[in-house]
Ligand binder design. Sequence first.
Ligand code: ZN
Ligand code: ZN
Length: 162
Amino acid sequence: MEIFAWVAHKYIMHGWGWGWHRDHHEPHDKVLEKNDLFAVVFGSINAAMYIYGALYWDWLWWFAVGITLYGVIYTLVHDGLVHQRYWKWVPRKGYAKRLVQAHKLHHATIGKEGGVSFGFVFARDPAKLKADLKRQKEAGVAVVRDSVGAGGDGYETVGRNL
Ligand SMILES: [Zn+2]
Ligand SMILES: [Zn+2]
């Protein structure tokens, strides 16, 4: 599922689906984002898999359970820890901190081009991600926010939803 999420995020959301994903990359103070429509679409497909699985194929039903579990972990990490939609607690150490930093760095680029960290549960070393961003900036592949690499730990890059 992490591989699927990475591919979908990189090639759909930052590709032809950018129209829905864009507002997740821009500052705002609304409760919902157009980007949430992806959750509705993926949730509907998941629901259809449960129904079809219950009627015809057991394994498809269990496959749907796996997808749901990933979805729960994803939303707890992404919407909970990173974007603080459910609670305000921010992890200050360990792997949870690294997850937050990695996704904050995903939000460091402006626009759909370039970017790092398209996955959600496997986070690379933030220092390496910053180096990647620097390379992309120098190569003109991505527009990177000025705050990145300014010495911060990746927490204070941008506004609430970013
Ligand atoms: Zn994105
Ligand atoms: Zn995000």
